[in-house]
Design a protein around this ligand. Sequence first.
Ligand code: ATP
Ligand code: MG
Ligand code: MG
Length: 551
Amino acid sequence: DATPPSHFLRQIVQADLDSGKHSNIVTRFPPEPNGYLHIGHAKSICLNFGLAREFGGVCHLRFDDTNPAKEEQEYIDAIKTDVEWLGFQWGGDVRYASDYFDQLHAWAIELIKAGKAYVCELTPEQAREYRGNLTEPGKNSPFRERSVEENLDQFQRMTAGEFADGAKVLRAKIDMAAPNMNLRDPILYRIRHAHHHQTGDKWCVYPSYDFTHGQSDAIEGITHSICTLEFEDHRPLYEWFLDNLPVPAHPRQYEFARLNLNYTVTSKRKLKQLVDEKHVDGWDDPRMSTLSAFRRRGYTPAAIREFCERIGVTRSDGVVDMGVLEFCIRDDLDANAPRAMCVLKPLKVTITNYPEGQTEELRLPRHPKQDIGERVLPFEREIYIDREDYMVDPPKGYKRLVPGGEVRLRGSYVIRADEAVTDADGNIVELLCTYDPDTLGKNPEGRKVKGVIHWVPASSSIECEVRLYDRLFNAANPDKGEEGTTFLDNINPDSLQVLTGCRAEPSLADATLDDRFQFEREGYFCVDSRDSRPDAMVFNRTVTLRDSWGG
Ligand code: ATP
Ligand code: MG
Ligand code: MG
């Protein structure tokens, strides 16, 4: 493999190791378990785990679980599965911000004792008013000058469960006139009488994200705390906590631009809405932008890692074209996926000069370039070709089968269309053809046959279902529709096409969940992990053979 191109975070890590500032690097990936991971998270995973791997350090998996109301064990399990699937392993046990609730609570008390935190009873509306805005400084809360004793007593009673949700908060006493809004006496603790998936009913006060994140980094000895750009404004607060608490280490926060991908949404809230409102069939519906959806659709971890490497790491926001991701998976599958034939819209062909009952076992390479063996394809009197490969009035340049014309069956003989059999309504239901026995593995005498089409034997092919996916949204930016519309209004109603009665070549009977194939002339496909059964196989189209979306 070529050495990956450098980016500013690689350079920072390299410089910190060179200067001896750190002898080992420790990064972390800190998802909140309130949904499934999406392709945007893959960028953060590849970056954090990738840097640790490259520089011989470790990356922690830490659940940022300070908001029990929205979090669930199901999400924790799914996130672990996705990180491992992408090919990464966290250092040590899985960690939880909630592991540090005792320490964080003790530190909150230290801030109170130092006169740097107070219990505030402004209502949320009042608090907003007191906060000011970007052009106006805020005003001090009337509760700001409470004594240390009163604050300790109030916070103790908050913790003991004496007050209702939202009645009071603990705030840091920093500067209500700070130009950075995050420094205007931010909230440290909220009252929330909620059961927590890790700590049960132990707590009814929960620390804020800001009060949790940097201190968790410090406790774990994180050296480089990498997050997306929207946290740039939080960095002064991150520093303030580290400077004002007896933390065991002083990590540094760095920001990078989040991944935005067109024709999809990457926000757990919106993805959850798609699931909850049944616009899709679950978090792993193959049209979703979640990692579990890409997995079910047949994407490989290698393709997603390559994608994350290719898009790079910068500090400027942009939108990446879905075509880049598709390029990566096509490239991987072209190089590695075995070839097979599957007829999506079968049309029966009887080869009238081929003896009834005779079968001949043709052998085709499983891959044109890789030496991964052969597959057996029985040739017989009755076969299926695709309906679209026969036309009575073909457009110019049509190289497939036409009345009286010839075409080569992939890996097999040249056949000629002699007659089309129609039903009472004039629909073609069968073709009668003849084959040229002298064309197996060689060109016919005295004439050129340009077209090659795919086919399967009628008797031994497998009836299956094939699902073709298109973009889930019709708009490049689903969030920016006409006035008064939401991303839901941009859902593509034709994003899923289900084809039944398709016919797959016999070798596909052994396909298992991790197999991926190129169905010749149709695209790349995998076995659907949820709905496929050995006696009723279902294939998902991962991606088309070529970029069909246009520029
Ligand atoms: P969402 O808005 O989808 O809920 P989030 O940032 O709230 O995302 P977290 O679970 O907090 O989700 O994310 C874990 C990590 O993944 C964070 O460090 C976050 O910065 C990073 N991350 C989330 N979305 C993206 C993205 N689109 N591109 C790059 N990194 C991302
Ligand atoms: Mg978050
Ligand atoms: Mg979020």
